[in-house]
Write a protein that binds this ligand. Structure first.
Ligand code: MN
Ligand code: MN
Length: 465
């Protein structure tokens, strides 16, 4: 065996390139300004877009200002044109036709704009014990106990019996009332506290407190009192709840966390923290070479089903229409397309270190997170990106100065999760997961790093280039 000298060791050590880099080490003053300016824009988007319907509206507003035009099936499509397809007000497909042949493939960034929350049941209103309540059915994976004793806002739409559409948004303005879910005082919590966390607050106790003043001389008629107010304010009857989509979301606004203001606390980072950079990136790519598509999908949190979820045919219908309009072979377009499945990941948390495997975890401020695969119990439910796709992204990010890290969700046997990646890959498209790491994912108030957000934005821009 040859003797090992210092030069050889240094050379080998130099080859150990997969070292996580902290965005803040070597960041210039100019970088810090860019990181903070972008974070401000993102916070404005967060506060304006707490539900998928609001996210679609806000995104169309931003895209329209940048020259994107509404598209419907059969409309003309031109090279250089920028369009959006609004799918039922709950999902949005933006696309920009590039100068090269579309048969070279589309660069797709796919995020989702629905977040865990509490939806009102179809027959929600009742009173009991001098309190008026709305019954809920939770949407997505939540820790139910986290939703009690915090201020909630109601967002949504009511379609009345005569077809009138009434938008609802109560609890966001500082002069608005908020709503609330009762919890038990610790003094009487002996039985409750002996239960497991998933049973402390059962789903049927997630009832929203909405009032207490009775109508007339019967002190139990609180429900009538509330119906009177709803009739006066919104012109709705109790029956109109049947054709309503109203969600309770945390009434918190996005705010900086920490002395150094490096972290953003907000409701719904999952997945607006990827949706917003993916939206910015398609808007800011002025003269695209590749054809670009940014998808803001609905229903990811409930499995991507339905006509606004990522499993909907609308996705391939649109690619087929665009391809046909440009005289291209749709199958070839899909076969050559590449997609970033833009969804969040879990940040290593020293307070819960035992569920992470640190060699393959995402760390705060270490950039955008790439996951070759997701899934649970033996990668079930993943599309598992090809080594070629990973190599393509590595090369791209190296050239464009994107700071990134490779990670999976947590320890192999600890659980897992899925994204829209597999539903897109099923259409013969190369897909890889890329997104921002989140602290306290799916909690009413989640946290992310401004530096990681900024690197996600740079990553989507690089991909579109
Ligand atoms: Mn997500
Ligand atoms: Mn989620």
């Amino acid at each position: 065996m040859a003797a090992v000298n210092k030069e050889m060791l240094d050379e080998l050590r130099g080859e150990l390139t997969y070292k996580r880099k902290n965005v803040y080490t070597n960041a210039t003053e100019e970088d810090l300004v860019k990181i903070n300016d972008y974070a401000k824009l993102y916070c404005e988007y967060l506060d304006a877009a707490k539900t998928e319907r609001e996210a679609v509206k806000k995104s169309i507003e931003i895209a329209s200002a940048a020259g994107f035009k509404p598209y419907d099936f059969g409309d003309k499509i031109e090279v250089g044109g920028k369009y959006y397809y609004n799918n039922r007000g709950r999902a949005l497909y933006l696309f920009a036709i590039g100068s090269e042949n579309i048969e070279n493939g589309i660069r797709i960034s796919a995020a989702h704009i629905d977040s865990p929350r509490l939806d009102l049941k179809q027959n929600p209103l009742y009173d009991e014990g001098n309190m008026g309540f709305l019954k809920t059915h939770y949407y997505g994976g939540i820790k139910k106990y986290q939703w009690t004793a915090i201020p909630l806002a109601l967002h949504g739409v009511i379609i009345t019996g005569d077809g009138k559409s009434v938008d609802v948004c109560i609890g966001e303005d500082d002069s608005d009332p908020v709503f609330y879910i009762n919890d038990l005082l610790p003094h009487l919590g002996a039985d409750q506290m002996s239960k497991t966390a998933s049973q402390i607050i059962p789903g049927e106790k997630l009832n929203i407190l909405v009032g207490s003043i009775p109508l007339g001389d019967d002190s139990s008629d609180i429900k009538l009192g509330i119906l009177k107010l709803l009739s006066e304010k919104y012109g709705i009857k109790e029956e109109d709840f049947l054709s309503a989509e109203i969600s309770a979301v945390p009434a918190f606004k996005a705010r900086d966390i920490g002395f150094d203001r490096s972290i953003i606390g907000a409701y719904g980072h999952d997945d607006r923290v990827c949706a917003y950079p993916a939206l910015s990136a398609i808007i800011e790519t002025e003269k695209p070479v590749h054809t670009l598509m940014t998808i803001l999908a609905d229903k990811e949190e409930t499995g991507s089903g339905g006509n606004t979820g990522m499993k909907s045919d609308i996705f391939t219908d649109l690619i087929a229409e665009i391809s046909a309009a440009l005289g291209a072979n749709e199958r070839k377009v899909r076969a050559n397309s590449k997609c970033l499945s833009a969804d969040v990941n879990a940040i290593f948390d020293p307070n819960f270190a035992d569920v992470y495997e640190t060699k393959n975890s995402a760390f705060l401020n270490c950039g955008v997170v790439m996951s070759k695969y997701t899934g649970a119990r033996g990668k079930s439910g993943t599309s598992d990106a090809s080594a070629e796709m990973v190599a393509f992204i590595r090369d791209l990010f190296a050239k464009e100065g994107v700071i990134w890290q490779s990670a999976e969700l947590g320890k192999v046997d600890q659980g897992g999760g899925g994204t829209v990646a597999v539903y897109i890959a099923n259409h013969n498209i190369e897909v890889i997961d890329l997104g921002v790491g989140v602290i306290s994912m799916h909690a009413p108030y989640e946290a992310i790093s401004k530096a990681d957000l900024y690197m996600a934005y740079k990553a989507f821009l690089a991909f579109n280039k």
